[in-house]
Design a protein around this ligand. Structure first.
Ligand code: SP5
Ligand code: ZN
Length: 343
C-alpha cells in the first residue's frame, strides 16, 4: 500500500490546550505523524510518497471561499492588531443568542464565527500545514482513482471536525471530505465514509448532510457526554435528499470491543447495501484503551480486525488519518488496520 506523507505537517503545532482546567501540552502534536510513519516503514507497508501541490480548487469544492481567505489571512491580522503568539478564539454563540448567517467584522468576532472550540490555535504556518494535509488526502484519492485498491493518507493536522466554514477539534480543513469530493468529481457516483475515530465527525456530517451521493457512518462517544457534544446522535439521519444517508452510532463511556464491533458491523452492512464505488475511512485510533483523551477500550489486535472487516467490503478504499493520542501505541494501532486490510 502506498503511504502519502509530507514533513510539512511540522508547520502546524499549537503549543498548548486547556484540559480539565489546566493548560497542558497539546495532545495533537507533530510526534504523532512521525510515530505512524516510523511504523509504516518498520513493517514495510510500501512506498512513502510526497503529495504534489493541488493548489486551491479541490479545497474550495468543500470549503467556502470566505473561510479559506480567513484561514490564510488571520495570523497576519492578529499580528497587525499588535498581538503575538498564536491565534486563539475564546467565545462562541450561545443558544440564547440568535443564529448568525454572516461573518462579523471584528477580528475576535470573526474567530468566534469560524470556529467552535479552542482545541487548537492558528500559528504563522498552520494554513500551509493544513493545505498540505489536504494535498496528502488528494494524492491518496488519486492513487486509488489510478487503479490502486487502497492507499494511506497520513494527514496531519486531522480533518473530520472541520466543516464547510469552521475549524475545531484540532481540524482546519476536512481532508476526508476533500478526498470524497475528488472521487465524486472523477465520476465515482456514490462514495461512503466510514468514520472509526473515537469522536463524532461533526464536520463531515455537516458537509454531506443533505446529499444522497455520500453515505456517512460514524461510531463514537455519545455526544451526551463526549466532545464535540451536541451533534452525533442516532436521530440525525440526514435531511432533504440526504435523508437516510447519515448514520450515527453513539456509544457509552467504557465501550469495549463487543459493543463497538456490533455498531461497526452494522455500519459495514449499510455501506455494502449502499453500493458505493469508493470508500473513505476516517482512521482515528483514539478508541484505544490507553488513549489519554478518550473513554473506549479497544486493544491493539482489534485494530487488525477492523482492517480485515473493511477489506471484506471489497471497495476501492482510501484511509485518511484522523485522531489517536496514545503515542506509545499509535503507530502499531494505525498500521494494524492497514496491514490486516492487505492480507
Ligand atoms: C481529531 C480528533 O480526534 N479530535 C479530538 C479533539 C478533542 N478535543 C477535546 C480534548 C479534550 C481533552 N481533555 C480531556 C483530557 C483528559 N485527560
Ligand atoms: Zn478523535
Amino acid at each position: 500500500m502506498k503511504t502519502f506523507y509530507t514533513a510539512d505537517h511540522h508547520l502546524h503545532h499549537s503549543g498548548m490546550e486547556l484540559s480539565f482546567g489546566k493548560i497542558v501540552e497539546t495532545f495533537e502534536k507533530p510526534e504523532r505523524a512521525e510515530i505512524i510513519l516510523a511504523r509504516v516503514k518498520e513493517v514495510g507497508l510500501g512506498p512513502v510518497l510526497t503529495p504534489q501541490d493541488y493548489e486551491i480548487a479541490p479545497i474550495k469544492r468543500i470549503h467556502t471561499p470566505d473561510y479559506v481567505d480567513f484561514l490564510k489571512g488571520v495570523y497576519e491580522e492578529w499580528r497587525a492588531a499588535g498581538r503575538d503568539g498564536e491565534v486563539w478564539p475564546y467565545s462562541w454563540r450561545h443558544r440564547s443568542m440568535p443564529p448568525i448567517d454572516k461573518a462579523p467584522n471584528g477580528l475576535d468576532a470573526r474567530l468566534s464565527y469560524y470556529s467552535f472550540d479552542m482545541a487548537g490555535s492558528i500559528t504563522a504556518t498552520t494554513w500551509q500545514a493544513a493545505k498540505r494535509a489536504a494535498d496528502t488526502a488528494l494524492a491518496g484519492a488519486d492513487a486509488v482513482l489510478g487503479g490502486e485498491r487502497t492507499a494511506f493518507s497520513l494527514c496531519r493536522p486531522p480533518g473530520h471536525h472541520a466543516g464547510r466554514d469552521f475549524f475545531g477539534g484540532y481540524c482546519y480543513l476536512n481532508n476526508a471530505a476533500i478526498a470524497v469530493q475528488r472521487f465524486r468529481d472523477a465520476g465515482r457516483s456514490r462514495v461512503a465514509v466510514l468514520d472509526v475515530d473515537y469522536h463524532h465527525g461533526n464536520g463531515t456530517q455537516e458537509i454531506f448532510y443533505d446529499r444522497a451521493d455520500v453515505l456517512v457512518a460514524s461510531m463514537h462517544g455519545d455526544p451526551d457526554f463526549e466532545f464535540p457534544f451536541h451533534l452525533g446522535y442516532a436521530r440525525e439521519r440526514g435531511e432533504g435528499a440526504g435523508e437516510g444517508f447519515n448514520l450515527n452510532y453513539p456509544l457509552p463511556s467504557g465501550t469495549q470491543w463487543p459493543e463497538w464491533s456490533a455498531a461497526f458491523e452494522d455500519a459495514c452492512r449499510r455501506i455494502a447495501a449502499f453500493d458505493a464505488q469508493a470508500l473513505v475511512v476516517s482512521l482515528g485510533v483514539d478508541t484505544y484503551k490507553d488513549d489519554p483523551i478518550s473513554q473506549f477500550k479497544l486493544d491493539s489486535p482489534h485494530f487488525s480486525e477492523i482492517g480485515a472487516r473493511i477489506a471484506a467490503l471489497s471497495l476501492p478504499t482510501l484511509f485518511v488519518m484522523e485522531g489517536g493520542y496514545a503515542v506509545g501505541a499509535l503507530g502499531v494501532n494505525a498500521v494494524n488496520v492497514l496491514t490486516s486490510f492487505e492480507q
